[in-house]
Design a protein around this ligand. Structure first.
Ligand SMILES: C[S@@+](CC[C@H](N)C(=O)[O-])C[C@H]1O[C@@H](n2cnc3c(N)ncnc32)[C@H](O)[C@@H]1O
Length: 272
């Protein structure tokens, strides 16, 4: 596999930074080549460089999205970073539902849907178990069109549900297929509460205000400037007294922001 030149790598890196916020240093060259090789072969390009030139052309929207998708990671899972779902259930939902009937949630970088569905399950369980006259809606956004398609479909293989307790699986999923590995579909009453929308957090077209925002494991590889842009957008999109969750292993201490610590791990609030 012929190595891509630094000048082409820099063109790609500038493109990805501008379009997604992701910062790709030169040290990631081999990783980038490994991720792009299959697609370059599939489309019949002689070299990865030729594929990059084709994929980053301004008028090649379809491939623009494809290459961004290949270079960003979509790793996720149901109830990933479980402590956050426990904090939500035991601490945050009681506070929010004591103040209002309807709760609005935004999952930014929702990938293939496991995060917003887990949020929906938690909130629905809380409402039912506490006999609350409450309602919720969830907006889930991502820049990966393929991930959004999987998320909207809401069908997952049995191994993808390994973090889901049996009683939750029985209540919120129905068996879709028994072929090879079993697959499960999210039940429509939950599916209908969640909207999956394409949106780029560094150039967001969402102008709603939310009570809870999850932006976990999404801006961790962004440049400092783009992380600031994303945080500012979140700050302006959250209610006074709302809650903002970041990934357990990430930090926002190194960037300018106006959030206050909530006292819960990697959960912030907004109070003027
Ligand atoms: C590692 S996944 C995290 C999924 C989920 N939040 C979690 O923690 O399990 C990161 C997701 O962020 C999305 N993403 C990357 N850049 C983005 C951007 N500029 N705007 C919106 N989503 C973005 C990726 O497509 C990917 O689906």
């Amino acid at each position: 596999m012929k190595e891509i030149s630094n000048s082409i790598f820099n063109l790609l890196s500038d493109f990805i930074l501008k379009k997604s916020g992701l910062f790709l240093p030169l040290s990631k060259k081999i990783m980038v080549m490994n991720r792009l090789k299959k697609r370059a072969d599939e489309l019949g390009f002689e070299s990865i460089e030729d594929y990059i030139k084709y994929a980053i052309k301004e008028d090649n929207t379809r491939e623009n999205f494809k290459i961004i998708g290949l270079l960003t990671t979509g790793k996720t899972g149901f109830f990933r970073e479980k402590e956050h779902f426990n904090i939500l259930l035991n601490n945050i939902l009681p506070i929010l539902f004591s103040k209002k009937k309807t709760i609005k949630v935004w999952s930014i970088g929702s990938s293939t849907g496991e995060e917003p569905y887990s949020l929906g399950i938690m909130i629905d369980m809380y409402i039912r178990n506490n006999f609350i006259n409450g309602f919720f809606s969830i907006l889930a956004t991502d820049i990966n069109i393929e991930s959004l398609r999987v998320a909207r479909d809401g069908v997952y293989l049995e191994h993808q549900l390994s973090g889901v307790p049996d009683e939750i699986r029985d209540k919120y999923f129905i068996i879709e297929s028994m072929k090879n590995e079993k697959s499960y579909r999210i039940r429509s009453f939950l599916r209908d509460r969640i909207s999956f929308v394409f949106d780029n957090i560094i150039d967001s077209k969402i102008f709603d205000i939310f009570d809870i925002i999850f932006m976990k494991n999404t801006i961790m590889y962004f440049s400092t400037e783009k992380r600031e842009v994303a945080l500012n957008k979140v700050y302006n999109s959250i209610e006074e007294g709302g809650y903002f969750f970041i990934g357990i292993t990430e930090t926002i201490d190194d960037i300018k922001h106006n959030f206050k610590r909530s006292g819960f791990i990697k959960v912030y609030t907004k109070f003027q």
